[in-house]
Design a protein around this ligand. Structure first.
Ligand SMILES: Nc1ncnc2c1ncn2[C@@H]1O[C@H](COP(=O)(O)OP(=O)(O)OP(=O)(O)O)[C@@H](O)[C@H]1O
Length: 311
């Protein structure tokens, strides 16, 4: 559906935000997971035709079966694209209905009756029908994000890009929002960028992990989790011992349970007697990849392409 090859971008300040990024993004939900500064927004903005890459190519399979050169045919992409940016702002004094109607006009829905039908349908789809007359300034974070999805869906896009949409939502709103995305993902490609591992675990049949502009892994979350089987070990340790464990072992994560640190360690063998083997999760995969990248001396870093293949 979307094919990204060797995409690179260096900002004027010298930051390599995208470093030879290659990804295949199919229909359905695709999770793009990475910490702050990984390059997710740079990639999203490039796909959304809002900024230029230095090199590489991106092609989108069009509705007619042809392909669109995303980096060049920007108008063609925009006709097939819905985008919810990270910093989606709304006019606080305007009602949801009026602003969506306004966006619909901008999208080219000029026939009044048809526009009403589309706007009403979207307000129902995102479950804001009862709140449609309310000013957007009175909306909760979750409601604003659902409004953001409604505007992204105007014009029946084939590709929907949502950048960190669940940050700041409470668990109930987050669930509701993710369920909405999953429904949309049944028909179109949805790229969900997030730093929240559970967003991807719960929802995305395919994903990529990104950091420092590089793709560290891409594929199915379950395959990546299965590849770690038998290599994640857990132990409760004393607070004073923690630093030593961190220096001797590859500690993936530390959790305080009842005030005591419990560590997950990556190791091919049982690290010591007190450890028990645990079933890995996507969080272990995520931290293992980030750790692996951090441990490599810069000079011996394999090319991102070779690295992604290792996955
Ligand atoms: N316009 C810009 N000019 C210079 N540097 C930038 C610019 N935009 C982003 N960066 C830098 O590029 C790197 C990648 O940023 P990007 O926003 O793409 O990451 P991200 O994964 O989306 O993180 P976040 O969740 O914090 O937005 C960061 O080091 C960031 O500081």
């Amino acid at each position: 559906m979307l094919t990204i090859r060797n995409l690179s971008k260096t900002y004027a300040n010298g930051v390599h935000a995208l470093n030879d990024v290659s990804l295949d993004i199919p229909r359905g939900m695709f999770g793009l997971l990475g910490p702050n500064g990984a390059g997710k927004s740079s990639l999203m903005r490039t796909l959304a035709t809002l900024q230029e890459a230095d090199s590489g190519s991106v092609t989108l399979q069009g509705a007619d079966g042809g392909t669109i050169d995303v980096l060049r045919d920007k108008d063609a992409v925009r006709r097939q694209l819905g985008y919810l940016p990270q910093d989606f702002g709304v006019y606080p004094k305007v009602s949801a209905e009026d602003l969506l109607e306004h966006f619909a006009v901008l999208k080219g829905l000029t026939a009044r009756k048809q526009r009403r039908e589309v706007v009403d349908g979207l307000l129902q789809q995102v479950n804001l029908w009862d709140a449609r007359k309310r000013k957007l300034g009175t909306f909760s974070g979750g409601m604003r994000q659902r409004f953001g999805i409604a505007q992204a869906l105007l014009g029946n896009p084939r590709l929907v890009i949502v950048d960190e949409p669940t940050a700041g939502l409470d668990p109930e709103e987050r669930n509701r929002f993710l369920n909405l995305l999953a429904e949309i993902g049944e028909n179109v490609a949805v790229i969900l960028s997030t730093h929240i591992v559970e967003d991807v675990t719960d929802l995305c049949p395919t994903m990529a992990i990104m950091n420092k502009g590089q793709v560290l892994l891409t594929g199915k979350p379950n395959d990546a989790i299965a590849a770690l089987a038998g290599q994640v070990w857990r132990k409760q340790v004393g607070k004073a011992e923690l630093a030593e464990y961190e220096s001797r072992h590859q500690v993936l994560s530390t959790r305080l349970i009842g005030g005591h640190p419990v560590i997950n360690v990556f190791s091919h063998e049982k690290p010591d007697a007190g450890f028990e083997q645990v079933a890995p999760g996507l969080e272990d995969v995520y931290f293992q990849r980030l750790r692996q990248q951090a441990r490599r001396p810069a000079a011996s870093q394999p090319t991102p392409a070779a690295e992604a293949e290792l996955a």
